[in-house]
Design a protein. Structure first.
Length: 265
């Protein structure tokens, strides 16, 4: 029997998972939430697979022991594509991962050419190859690693101005590839990227639509918690792995997402 006060734990390397939190809140407004950001380990995209797997499994082990969540969502494409299997083996709690939204993009594209923006670690994963083979047969999938967008999203949510050239470089990274001029649908394969979707739309132009996984993740969480009771005893919590000026600068954004308490793991 799940405790009604048991939270849903959303985990990301930084603030990208807030794009998932917004969707979960829309569908489960009464669910108590812990949003956990591994800001001490950011960015994940430049780390090795072994480093990411060990870090994510270790942190989630500590967090689930301390906070007893009813479900864990790895709201990070990089961590999911690398560590999801390992985490499911070691944690006795339902785990929801984040996968690049290649399937819906393949259904939407009219030109048959899809762009995928992710971290460098995500775009090289065999998991992405398998998604492409299963759901995008007959389509042309172009990938580009855009780690600058992670830092840009983090800076935007801290209230800083971001150089538009960052978004122009991400667009050019896809457009300049052979066949890139035919892209009409772009998969945002990092949960940070929907946070700068408006800026990316300006860089790509009006002919391109964007797809990301947050709505599907929220639907999966709703399904797995169907019939459970939710009681929020306190305001929702933002959890960080390191204190610092970046945490303080995020306080206004966290309040906008109704994360009114902050703790350091």
């Amino acid at each position: 029997m799940t405790e009604a006060t048991a939270p849903i734990l959303l985990f990301d390397s930084g603030v990208g998972g807030l794009s998932v939190l917004a969707e979960v809140r829309a569908q489960l407004p009464d669910a108590p939430i812990i949003y956990a950001a591994d800001n001490a380990g950011l960015p994940y995209g430049s780390k090795t697979e072994a480093q990411i797997a060990a870090r994510v499994a270790g942190l989630l082990g500590r967090m689930t022991e301390r906070y007893r969540p009813r479900l864990v969502c790895i709201a990070c494409n990089t961590a999911s594509t690398i560590a999801l299997g390992m985490v499911r083996e070691v944690l006795e709690v339902p785990i929801v991962g984040t996968v690049p939204a290649i399937k819906p993009a393949a259904a939407l594209t009219e030109t048959g050419t899809i762009g995928l923006l992710g971290t460098e670690a995500t775009i090289r994963q065999g998991y992405v190859d398998r998604l492409e083979a299963e759901f995008a047969q007959g389509k042309h999938l172009l990938r580009f690693g855009a780690p600058e967008l992670v830092a840009a999203a983090e800076a935007k949510l801290r209230g800083e101005s971001v150089d538009p050239a960052i978004f122009a470089r991400a667009a050019a990274g896809l457009r300049d590839q052979p066949g890139g001029d035919a892209i009409d649908t772009v998969v945002l394969a990092c949960t940070h990227f929907p946070l700068v979707e408006r800026e990316l739309a300006e860089a790509f132009g009006p002919a391109v639509r964007f797809v990301h996984g947050a709505p599907g993740i929220a639907r999966r969480i709703v399904h797995l918690t169907e019939g459970q009771d939710f009681v929020r005893q306190a305001t929702d919590l933002a959890l960080f792995t390191r204190d610092g000026a970046d945490v303080a600068e995020l306080s206004a954004t966290l309040q906008n997402y109704r994360l009114l308490r902050i703790e350091i793991l």
